[in-house]
Design a protein around this ligand. Structure first.
Ligand SMILES: CNc1nc2cc3c(cc2[nH]1)N=C(N)NC3
Length: 370
């Protein structure tokens, strides 16, 4: 099936653009933020609530689902959409990054990666063929090539070798990809080195894939370093394909990535901090568990019209979070996801109306960004 990404409008002053593409489970408008549903659930949210907050596509993880409950079980259930009752698009990550960042010990060879499960220490082996095979079983609409993501910091020589292996593993991923109803994205590596990013982009775009990701960022580097790479990396990828920045980010990262030409984002940050009582508001981030909010009977965000801000107070949500009540985690997660997806919606409209920079300035002034 044709993925047919189209750029519908560009922003005259920045590299921001709006576009859309088709998947078997629906059309996706870009720029887009993907809530993370690592283990076939966006923690504390039902599919209906995900739709209420505006989620159009969610991310899930090959590494986790392979370990538990197993991709064979999910395939038997009719695939990941059926298993988790989500009928909109899904993107699955290939497990490359998770193996390195989660497993207790791993050995990387040209063949693939041997690792010990972080759950029970059992030994496993994953390679491009297996990573693609698992994603074919899960049935996501967008799947990721199996890459080698260099840690940060790393010697330039190590990063260079990882770039070369990522290209060789991309070739194997393409060879192994057996379903034409799933779009396979390539992943650019290269760490913080412009010459290696250029080399990686040149090599992976040879394969003319439906989309490409920028990998190897948000791996411990400073935001400043990440933005230095984003000042040039997105435009090393084809302008007529979606550009996906993996693992990013905060509300501010969305603005900074989009103005540098990024179209797709995923990040656990908004939902993870929510479970710890940190919520995004138009006036900046607040930690609602703080005593400040003990008798604050106003909504989380005075400018938000979400279900949570229309029905609950900061005092009540603080009480729930302090008591570690499940409803507290649900209300903060619901609001943070609504906040992220509302920004993305407003950015898309601002780009279409040619006022992206004005919207960015207005948001930053209110959010308290210097
Ligand atoms: C949270 N930061 C983050 N950086 C990433 C980088 C990558 C990734 C996932 C990430 N998440 N998945 C890959 N398959 N490769 C690169």
């Amino acid at each position: 099936m044709s993925f047919d990404y189209t750029v519908n409008q560009e922003c005259p002053e920045t590299k921001a653009r709006v576009g859309e593409f088709t998947t078997p489970h629906g059309r996706i408008k870009t720029p887009i933020f993907m809530p993370v549903g690592t283990k076939a659930t966006v923690k504390t949210m039902s599919p209906e609530e995900l739709k209420e907050v505006g989620s159009e596509i969610i991310l899930s993880n090959t590494y986790h689902l392979y370990l538990r409950p197993g991709h064979e079980l999910i395939e038997e259930a009719g695939g990941l959409h059926q298993f988790m009752n989500w009928d909109r698009p899904i993107l699955t990550d290939s497990g490359g990054f998770q193996v390195y960042s989660l497993s207790d010990s791993n050995e990387i060879t040209e063949e693939g990666v041997t690792f010990q499960s972080h759950l029970d220490g059992s030994k496993h082996f994953i390679d491009p063929e297996k990573a693609i095979g698992i994603q074919n079983s899960l049935g996501a609409d967008i799947i990721m090539a199996f890459d080698e993501c260099a840690p940060y910091p790393a010697e330039k020589e190590y990063v260079e070798k990882a770039v070369a292996r990522t290209t060789r593993w991309l070739e194997r991923s393409i060879e192994a990809h057996a379903r034409d109803d799933q779009a396979l994205f390539g992943i650019m590596q290269g760490g913080m080195h412009r010459d290696l990013r250029e080399k990686s982009a040149e090599e992976i775009t040879e394969f003319n894939l439906p989309g490409y990701a920028i990998g190897g960022l948000s791996v411990g580097e400073s935001t400043e370093k990440m933005l230095e790479v984003l000042d040039y990396a997105p435009e090393l990828l084809p302008e007529d394909k979606p550009r996906y920045l993996m693992g990013v980010g905060t509300p501010i990262d969305l603005f900074e990535g989009i103005m540098r030409g990024v179209d797709m984002f995923d990040c656990v940050f908004p939902t993870r901090v929510a479970r710890n009582g940190a919520v995004f508001t138009s006036g900046g981030r607040i930690t609602v568990r703080n005593a400040t909010y003990k008798k604050d009977f106003t909504p989380l965000d005075h400018e938000c019209d979400c279900y949570v801000c229309n029905n609950y107070s900061r005092a009540y949500i603080r009480h729930l979070i302090k008591r570690n009540e499940i409803l507290g985690l649900r209300l903060t997660t619901y609001h943070n996801l609504h906040f992220m997806l509302d920004i993305i919606h407003n950015i898309r409209e601002a780009i279409k109306e040619g006022c992206f920079l004005e919207y960015r300035e207005q948001f930053y002034n209110q959010y308290g960004v210097e």
